[in-house]
Design a protein around this ligand. Structure first.
Ligand code: C5P
Length: 312
């Protein structure tokens, strides 16, 4: 009898921006305690998982050449972790992962984490697993601090390494312009630079998260813009001084405020509305301060299957 091969599954997964990222001191395990507000943005990767005789990962699209396609790719680590979790052989999972990048690589927007989250959701469908989101989220947290958030999407408060999440009500849609830099920044390097700046002096730390939660509840982008903050920004700017110019250019172009996204170097600009975002994007792309710009909205959903069943 012929075995029935399940059809491939495609998952769309968002990038994230941190509206607020308060970073504690270095812990003994090499991580930092964070209090952070994540928002999922409509800048997405698409990840397809398929049963394959030749297993592995392939990467296409935005910055694909910089992404490892071997076992060190976080999506492949997700394949191995889920296989082990459900009693399959992690060394012979028999699947191929195809990643189409839309999220900037090494940009501080959780691009690698997004691919891992999408792979978990895709495989759960491909292998028809009876597995809840909470169980997937536990595996996600072992893969990386941002993986649980991009799995969940929306807007959420993250604590611990950033992996402990509480959803936050954000009824409004916010309009963003995203400025992509020419080269990525390594997350551990940016955290180390913050430790160095703190050992040398006392760079200011951002305030409490509560006012940011109130601004989100109000739905007024002007109120939120005043409160955007990121402790990693000083470190990213110290490593990449040109970001100062990018941040200034976005505000000069009419954005309400600009912020380095996570560990950078991507900058995110909050705008009053969709029209304003299009105008800011046009002006910023002409200013010569970044490689390219994108318009995005948030919050959006987390990793979800988008395979078009009607096309089968
Ligand atoms: O968890 P993830 O593998 O994404 O983290 C990448 C790196 O970022 C860590 O190795 C660590 O250097 C740094 N990091 C940190 N504190 C966090 C999250 C990440 O220092 N809360």
């Amino acid at each position: 009898m012929l075995a029935v091969v399940p059809p491939p599954v495609t998952v769309r997964v968002p990038a994230k921006v941190n509206l607020h990222l308060a970073c504690g001191d270095l812990r003994e395990d090499g991580y930092h305690d964070l209090t952070t507000l994540f928002q999922a943005l409509s800048l997405t990767d698409e990840v397809t998982v398929a049963v394959a005789e030749e297993p592995g990962v392939e990467v296409h699209g935005e910055g694909a050449a910089q992404v490892p396609a071997g076992p060190e790719n976080l999506a492949w680590k997700a394949v191995r972790a889920l296989a082990a979790h459900v009693g399959r052989d992690p060394d012979a999972p028999g699947v191929r992962v195809t990643i189409n990048k839309g999220i900037p690589v090494a940009g501080g927007m959780a691009g690698g984490s997004a691919d891992a989250a999408a792979t978990l959701v895709g495989l759960a469908a491909l292998w028809r697993l009876e597995i809840g989101r909470d169980e997937l989220s536990t595996i996600a947290a072992e893969l990386g601090s941002d993986v649980p958030f991009v799995l969940q999407g929306g807007t959420a408060l993250g604590t611990g390494r950033g992996e402990q999440l509480v959803p936050v009500l954000a009824r409004h849609t916010y309009h963003w312009v995203i400025a992509l830099d020419r080269e990525g920044l390594s997350t551990p390097t940016v955290f180390r630079e913050l430790d160095r700046l703190r050992a040398e002096g006392n760079p200011p730390r951002i305030g409490a998260v509560e006012p940011v939660l109130e601004a989100l509840a109000s739905g007024d982008p002007r109120q939120l813009a005043l409160l955007l903050g990121n402790d990693l920004q000083a470190a990213a700017v110290s490593l990449r001084p040109g970001l100062r110019r990018t941040l200034r250019a976005g505000v000069n172009a009419g954005a309400l405020a600009g912020i380095v996204s996570g560990s950078g170097p991507t900058c995110a600009f909050l705008c009053t509305d969709a029209d304003s975002a299009v105008r800011v994007a046009a002006e910023l792309s002409g200013a010569g301060v970044c490689r390219t710009v994108r318009v995005a909205q948030g919050p959006v959903a987390g990793a979800r299957v988008v395979t078009d069943d009607s096309a089968r």
